[in-house]
Design a protein around this ligand. Structure first.
Ligand SMILES: Cc1cc2nc3c(=O)[nH]c(=O)nc-3n(C[C@H](O)[C@H](O)[C@H](O)COP(=O)(O)OP(=O)(O)OC[C@H]3O[C@@H](n4cnc5c(N)ncnc54)[C@H](O)[C@@H]3O)c2cc1C
Length: 471
């Protein structure tokens, strides 16, 4: 693309793809950046282009027609010279002076990396979310993965992490992962859902307005029934055991506050485990701008946006899971609305017809209601920390134990994860608190939503790349 861009979109998942396509349809010149090797994000993660025939993953995907239409529109944008698609570019910082400057590390020739600065008067952040984890004894053993990690191996490489797998945590995401593994002949020996499914009955409106979600759930339930996969409600994986890798998990029924019910604990032999407690929005690039945040119902702070996906910082827009976890159809609709706002704010004509705009707004309202109901029906159990011993490692990078975190709170007076970090180094390692941050926040007895620590550098970047920057 020879002319300057009108818009940089960071994140080429469902939200970023839909936003870029809508902005292109409105005549804008767009840069679309993603750290991954292909567009699609988490929901439409595929094997690398050259391996797609050898590794069939079609049954793991939904909404492929939409994905293919978005891919075709992006290709047309590139052919017309109005889309600059930057894959394998990890954005490590974004700043604003008279326009936005987005700093990325070009990792197409990794481990070598090259600095790239992408500029535009408007920036749309659609960086998605990552798995929320809670520590438990043994969670740092090889073979214990996040549930999203298990799925990424399956969708991205056709690889199953084990042959006898236990899944645990909470939320509907457990079901597609269990079904995907079972359909490939993997023994899914238990699916431990901490929540009580009857909690959904308190949200009949959200359920009735989203019949598609039910149909999807019923599809997974049928696969699980066919493969005789036991799904255990009000149950959790409270420990993992093994030597060089995990060989068994301890599971227990939970009381209403999430404490293990005495006498129900039992051991299940496994060679891999996947655990997930919902998702945490990826706010790294947004926090340094100082945009307003708001509480979502699931314990996370998310970026506050108006009904056109504008943040409180002029020229800065957000769409998808960064605005609250709610699934791919919601992310797509928000991406479209965000791009419409960019067009309106740039003085360009709308790209969506009136009918499509109304439909996108209705989708957002409906899916947000569903997401709120989902958060309330699948909370993090209040007493989860009773599963931890003082020796359980909470921050894996810096090897900080639950005992050290508890001491920092009780004796050191720490009352949030930042103070715990100062006293114990929890959250100071390679992952910068992405893994342990939500857990340390809960252990510090915080009732407020979790706000990750602000980081000016969102991903480790080499000194070599920084030295090549000429500004
Ligand atoms: C591991 C995982 C697996 C999931 N699987 C499913 C599923 O099977 N079904 C389902 O309904 N929902 C799934 N979800 C929820 C899912 O995130 C949403 O449904 C949907 O993908 C959200 O779309 P999005 O565009 O907001 O974010 P994403 O799809 O997460 O896309 C965000 C994109 O931003 C990129 N990115 C992030 N930070 C940077 C950066 N600094 N620089 C450059 N690029 C960046 C990422 O590489 C990613 O491609 C999953 C979530 C996770 C975390």
């Amino acid at each position: 693309m020879s002319e300057p861009a009108d818009l940089v979109v960071v994140g080429a998942g469902p939200a970023g793809m839909a936003a870029a396509v809508t902005a292109l349809a409105g005549g804008l010149r767009v840069v679309l950046v993603d750290s991954g090797p292909a567009v699609g994000g988490q929901f439409w993660r595929h094997p690398p282009e050259h391996a797609r025939v050898a590794i069939p993953t079609g049954d793991l995907h939904h909404g492929l027609r939409e994905y293919l239409a978005l891919c075709a529109a992006l290709s047309a944008g590139r052919a017309a010279g109005r889309l600059d698609l930057r894959l394998a570019h990890h954005v490590w910082s974004a700043v604003r002076d008279d326009e936005f400057a987005v700093h990325a590390a070009d990792r197409r020739e990794a481990p070598r990396e090259r600095p790239v600065v992408l500029r535009a008067p408007r920036l749309l952040v659609a960086t998605g979310a990552y798995d929320r984890q809670l520590p438990f004894p043994g969670w740092d053993l090889p073979g214990v993965l996040t549930i999203g990690g298990l799925q990424a191996l399956l969708k991205g490489g056709g690889v199953a992490a084990g042959s006898r797998v236990a899944l645990g945590g909470t939320g509907p995401f457990l079901l597609p992962v269990a079904a995907g593994l079972a359909a490939r002949g993997i023994a899914v020996v238990t699916v431990c859902e901490a929540a009580d499914p009857r909690a959904w009955l308190r949200h009949p409106g959200a359920l009735l307005r989203n019949p598609g979600k039910w149909a999807e759930g019923a599809g997974y339930a049928a696969v699980l029934a066919r493969h005789r996969v036991p799904v255990r409600p009000r149950t959790a994986i409270t420990g993992a055991e093994g030597g060089e890798r995990v060989t068994s998990v301890r599971i227990a029924s939970l009381t209403s506050d999430g404490s293990p019910r005495p006498g129900t604990e039992r051991r299940v032999e496994v060679d891999a485990v996947g655990v997930g407690w919902g998702f945490a929005p990826q706010l790294d690039l947004l926090l340094p701008f100082g945009c307003e945040l708001t509480d979502s119902a699931d314990g996370n702070a998310v970026v506050a946006v108006d009904d056109g996906q504008r943040t409180t910082v002029p020229g800065l827009y957000a769409a998808g899971e960064a605005c609250g976890v709610g699934g791919a159809p919601l992310a797509v609709a928000e991406g479209r609305l965000a791009a419409e706002s960019v067009l309106a704010d740039s003085g360009a004509a709308p790209a969506l017809s009136r009918k499509s705009l109304v439909r996108a707004r209705a989708t957002v309202a409906r899916q947000r209601a569903f997401a709120r109901a989902m958060s309330m029906a699948h909370p993090v159990p209040a007493a989860w920390s009773s599963w931890l011993t003082d020796e359980t490692v909470v921050c894996r990078c810096e090897e900080v134990t639950a005992g050290a975190v508890r001491a920092a709170c009780a004796e050191g007076g720490a009352h949030d994860h930042r103070q715990v970090k100062q006293l114990t180094r929890a959250g100071m390692g390679w992952c910068q608190g992405r893994m342990c941050g939500p857990a340390v926040h809960c252990l510090a007895a915080q009732k407020r939503a979790y706000v990750p620590a602000e980081r000016l550098v969102a991903t480790p970047v080499t000194l070599g790349a920084l030295a090549q920057l000429d500004e």
